[in-house]
Write a protein that binds this ligand. Structure first.
Ligand code: HOZ
Length: 428
């Protein structure tokens, strides 16, 4: 495949955008080469500026659960755009999507829409702090909750990909209120509660971690977090930016049958437009301005185009019979195929998967937390990435990201991908 036009576009972009991109992980720095510039996408495929067609396993980092340019979503946006693109005033649409989201997700009674997952998580911890009148939060190493200051401490995703899990610019004052724990280690969390009695406002966790590759919660981990929060008067925040409306209609809460106190959303809830949200029971949400003292606002929050896309997406998910079973079956089929090919080539690897989130780690030991995720062999990952790209399969350009499977993938597409893995595995 040729990337002449992408290279030219990247050179032009690099003159006016830092690193040529608007989000670091897009820049290909950890895998080398030139980022691919997308022209359009449809269903399971990306079409780049050089005329190449790629099977897409990133799907905009999660939102395109039903495939790119999904007709009901596109039509809803076009129809709304004709009526005006932003008002900074309430619309009936916001109530409609709120009511639908609340009906799909366990344990939430009110929802506030924002513009990104970063904003949702940032606002959720402010609300938790205001509600509990406590300052400290617990986050897990390798989890990523967007790029606001409190979370850029041992952060996963692009932050670890580019070697700055603790970003300069985050003040000591902010960092001291973020306590770090090891994912899947309840004793570690317990000892933080003991050492910080009545000071911890909340635990924030990705119920299935997706920013150090995919790392599933071990049996009892989420239940243990729930119990520790309840026992210590802290709130449990599930960051469901990736898992929300993806692992089940009700997200990880439904899948694992655990009710968090606050849930954050992004990605799927916007159907590919910039939407985030946070939600909780009334007692907590009524603490938010204008009802309560915790301030949070936004000119573009609840934007009509974004709400139209999100509503069309949620309606589809809500009425699409067998969607989550199909996603599970397709991803399980892909996992089995990849395992077969990597085994045949004698590659040492670990595959983690929950539903339609999956990642391949080039290390033979179980990947259960940030330290074990970091053991992966990045040279093998680079070869794997570029090999798949050559074969027409696009995975995230970082070993610390999850693949997101779309229902638009056919079994033919999956067989094509498995065959590509087979070819590439011979070269690792
Ligand atoms: N893992 C990130 C989203 N949760 C990747 C997207 C980005 O940083 O651009």
């Amino acid at each position: 495949m040729l990337y002449k036009r992408s290279s030219e576009l990247f050179a032009a972009a690099s003159a006016v955008l830092p690193g040529g991109v608007n989000s670091p992980v897009r820049a290909f720095k950890s895998v080398g080469g030139t980022p691919i510039f997308v022209k359009e996408a449809k269903g399971a495929y990306l079409y780049d500026e050089d005329g190449n067609r790629l099977l897409d396993y990133i799907n905009s980092w999660g939102p395109m659960l039903l495939g790119h340019a999904h007709a009901p979503v596109v039509e809803a946006v076009i129809e709304k755009a004709r009526l005006g693109t932003s008002f900074g005033m309430p619309t009936a649409l916001e109530t409609e999507i709120a009511a639908l989201a609340i009906s799909m997700v366990p344990g939430i009674e009110k929802i506030r829409f924002v513009n990104s997952g970063t904003e949702a998580c940032m606002s959720a911890i402010r609300l938790a702090r205001g509600f509990t009148n406590r300052d400290k939060i617990i986050k897990f190493s390798g989890c990523y909750h967007g790029h606001s200051d409190s979370f850029l401490i041992q952060a996963g995703s692009g932050a670890i990909t580019f070697g700055s899990p603790n970003s300069p610019g985050v003040t000591q004052g902010t960092a001291k209120d973020t306590l770090l724990a090891r994912y899947n280690d309840l004793d570690n969390v317990r000892s933080l509660f003991e050492a910080n009695k009545n000071e911890i406002a909340a635990i924030i966790v990705e119920p299935v971690a997706g920013n150090m590759g995919c790392v599933p919660p071990q049996h009892g981990f989420l239940e243990g977090l729930r119990a520790l929060c309840t026992a210590n008067g802290a709130l449990l925040i599930f960051d469901e930016v990736m898992t929300g409306f993806r692992l089940a209609k009700g997200g990880a809460q439904e899948l694992f049958n655990i009710t968090a106190d606050i849930v954050t959303f992004g990605k799927v809830i916007g159907g590919g437009l910039p939407v985030g949200a946070f939600a909780a029971r009334n007692e907590i949400m009524n603490y938010l301005a204008p009802l309560g003292p915790v301030y949070q606002a936004g000119t573009l929050s609840g934007n009509p185009l974004a709400m139209a896309a999100g509503l069309a997406m949620l309606k589809e998910i809500n009425t699409n019979a067998g969607l989550f079973e199909r996603l599970e079956q397709k991803t399980a089929y892909l996992e089995a195929g990849i395992r077969k090919e990597l085994d045949a080539a004698g590659i040492v690897y670990t595959i983690n998967r929950v539903g339609s989130m999956i990642s391949v780690h080039f290390d033979g030991s179980p990947v259960v937390d940030f330290d074990t995720a970091k053991n992966g062999d990045n040279d093998s990952f680079k070869k794997f990435f570029h090999g798949l790209l050559r074969e027409g399969v696009y995975i995230a350009p970082s070993a610390y990201e999850t693949w997101f499977i779309t229902d638009a993938l056919t079994y033919e597409d999956l067989d094509f991908t498995i065959a590509a893995v087979g070819k590439v595995a011979q070269e690792l």
